[in-house]
Design a protein around this ligand. Structure first.
Ligand code: IMP
Length: 427
């Protein structure tokens, strides 16, 4: 298998960082194709914790080429901070193992500010964004007023484009939001300096990845966020601003759709969501709190407590189908130890009518009635188990039950944060 897509099959935070880190040992390239520093991919190696926001998780494996594709929204200061932080901890980051698309959109300071101001205007309809400037930067991309990484390397060109962009943003910040404006000269100087530091990493990375694939190199596409946060197919408008699943790869990495050979979704054994928006299986009371405490469910990027609930087989089935996934990786199975009973959403009811399929046409997902089935849980601690047959019978029955509900095999189980804490089942 020379090209594989790994994506979040829920609302993000499914534990992708760890799984991609694990799969990175078998590939040559790891490619990010969407999102930005709103992502927080946590990887624990021998007890050492790394949280990656923009750099692909393959960076922790020497010899892998890590690519930030054109579809990523890049905050240059955040990227350099991440590079410096990794280097300080002895991780090698060079222009050989980190490549950055010249065509990736830049996130400027005005994007971060506008992200916050826009939320204020939304009032009760706020999205609960990460405040990283993601939406405003992608909006400028679509309206063709944004700047790309390559623009930062051309001072005259950058000066012209930034002048026009900032003039408009300053007017909005001042007149619409009643906020102070940004100084053009200092913004230009700041971003040109950042561009100069990033220059060694910059290139036509889409062509590099296509060439590598042609030459037989193995490429892994690392999704950020999850399918339910996809701008087209998620719970709009409570979504992020990019195509988060396998569907984002052709545009966001310049890689042909028909050359994506395998796809795997990643889902927790339960469900979480950060930010606002519908979450059908959410448990607000004691069960939600218990899952949050057991799973330490706090955002890797913002530290916000995550909303927690039962596994939603309707939503995961949808993500699997949408991305044509061949299998699912199930993470955090260990967190469910100690629950007397485990519930799973098997289908929804909409206006009294049973829906097996996710109702993507429904304006307000909050209106669905969730139909649960409940099975007994197990007490054993799973964190030291490494073979499927070591798992207690009730845990295996839970896994196989989910498998029958989602319609694809569960190919790998994760039973703790460390790289070693996995149980292979066919990947
Ligand atoms: P934005 O991507 O910062 O614009 O945020 C939009 C929505 O997506 C908010 O509800 C965020 O909490 C959510 N979101 C963005 N990135 C992530 C992520 O990496 N994990 C989980 N939720 C995310």
């Amino acid at each position: 298998m020379s090209s594989v897509s790994v994506f979040g099959a829920q609302w993000g935070d499914e534990g992708k960082g760890k799984i991609i880190d694990l799969l990175s040992s078998d590939v040559d390239y790891v490619v990010r194709y969407q999102g930005g520093a709103n992502a927080g991919h946590t990887v624990v190696v021998s007890g050492e914790k790394y949280v990656l926001h923009l750099i692909p998780s393959g960076i922790l494996h020497p010899g892998r080429v890590n690519v930030i594709g054109n579809g990523v929204a890049v905050d240059p200061a955040k990227l350099l901070e991440e590079i410096d932080g990794l280097r300080e901890r002895g991780v090698e980051v060079t222009s050989q193992n980190l490549r950055l698309s010249a065509n990736a959109q830049v996130i400027f300071e005005h994007h971060r500010l506008m992200d916050r101001y826009a939320e204020r205007w939304r009032g009760d309809g706020r999205i609960g964004t990460t405040g990283r400037g993601i939406g405003p930067s992608y909006a400028d991309k679509a309206s063709r007023t944004g700047l790309r990484v390559g623009d930062l390397l051309e001072p005259d060109h950058c000066a012209l484009r930034l002048k026009a962009a900032l003039a408009e943003k300053n007017a909005v910040m001042e007149k619409v939001h009643g906020e102070s404006v940004l100084d053009y000269d200092s913004q230009l100087a700041t971003y040109l300096a950042l561009g100069e530091r990033l220059a060694p990493f910059v290139g036509d990375v889409a062509a590099e990845v296509r060439r590598a694939y042609r030459e037989g190199k193995r490429v892994l596409f690392e999704g950020a966020q999850g399918v339910m946060l996809d701008i087209d197919h998620g719970t709009y408008p409570f979504v992020t601003s990019s195509n988060t699943g396998t569907n984002g790869i052709p545009a966001g990495a310049g890689f042909p759709a028909k050359q994506i050979e395998k796809a795997y979704g990643i889902a927790k054994a339960y469900c979480t969501r950060v930010g606002e928006g519908p979450f059908p299986t959410e448990q607000e009371g004691a069960i939600g709190k218990r899952i949050r405490d057991a799973g330490n469910e706090y955002g890797a990027t913002t530290g916000r407590p995550r909303r927690c609930g039962w596994f939603d087989a309707v939503a995961v089935r949808y993500g699997i189908e949408l991305c044509g996934a061949d299998g699912l990786v199930l993470t955090n199975l260990d967190v469910l130890s100690g629950f007397e009973e485990l519930s799973v959403a098997t289908h929804y009811k909409v206006a009294g009518e049973t829906r097996e399929d996710y109702p993507a046409d429904l304006v307000d997902l909050g209106r669905v009635e969730v139909v649960y089935e409940t099975r007994p849980g197990w007490n054993d601690d799973l964190t030291a188990m490494r073979k499927y047959d070591d798992l207690p019978l009730l845990a295996r029955e839970y896994v196989e039950w989910l498998e029958s509900l989602i319609g694809v095999p569960i190919v790998l189980l994760s039973v703790g944060p460390d790289r070693e804490q996995v149980i292979p089942r066919g990947i």
